[in-house]
Write a protein that binds this ligand. Sequence first.
Ligand SMILES: [Mg+2]
Length: 231
Amino acid sequence: MSVRIVGLDADDTLWHSEKIFRLTHDRFNELLAPFADSQTLEARLAETERRNLSVFGYGAKGFTLSMLETALDVSERKVTTDVLAEILAAGREMMTHPVEPLPGVHAALEALEAEHRLVLITKGDLFHQESKLAASGLGEFFSGVEIVSEKSADTYRDVFRRYGEGAEHAVMAGNSVRSDILPALEAGSYAALIPYPIVWVNEAADAPTAHPRFKELESLADLPAWLAEIP
Ligand SMILES: [Mg+2]
């Protein structure tokens, strides 16, 4: 078996995340409705987030700061402190929201762990990602947890070299084409896309359907069977 290491994304691969962001977006749009329609608000918020990524990194805390900044901008600083307090509360709620593993994930990790070393590779805030892993009850399956600021080909080369025999003997599984699939293929690994119904606008990209080391799966439960097919 040539694949010995399985890298797994966390948000929207092991548990729901974007669903919670969506609920917060809805609340944000509702609070700022007196100043702009929801389409404008979505566009402005996405633009603020994009601009802030290199400053705050990924995750709910940076998102909360971007919501506050967008609220001040679109209202031309007329937004009330009550609304700002509500936005802050919505951001706080994201940090403490219960962690809900996706269906079949526990059994899939059990099956994968029997034959492979599992490494969790996720972007985002260290404290929040560690809290979510602890709350998920899935921590015991992983040989390692790598919380990285960006998922590039070099990130995957480095992680897969440290945990095993290098990227050629590893697969990355996740829901983001841009972060989990394209850079892992570039590093020389296999890559399994497990789509999640909602994709964050800043993660959208086309799947490399014809790539020989790429496979789109319906769920994580299908990963062990695909790995067994790899010579
Ligand atoms: Mg993800």
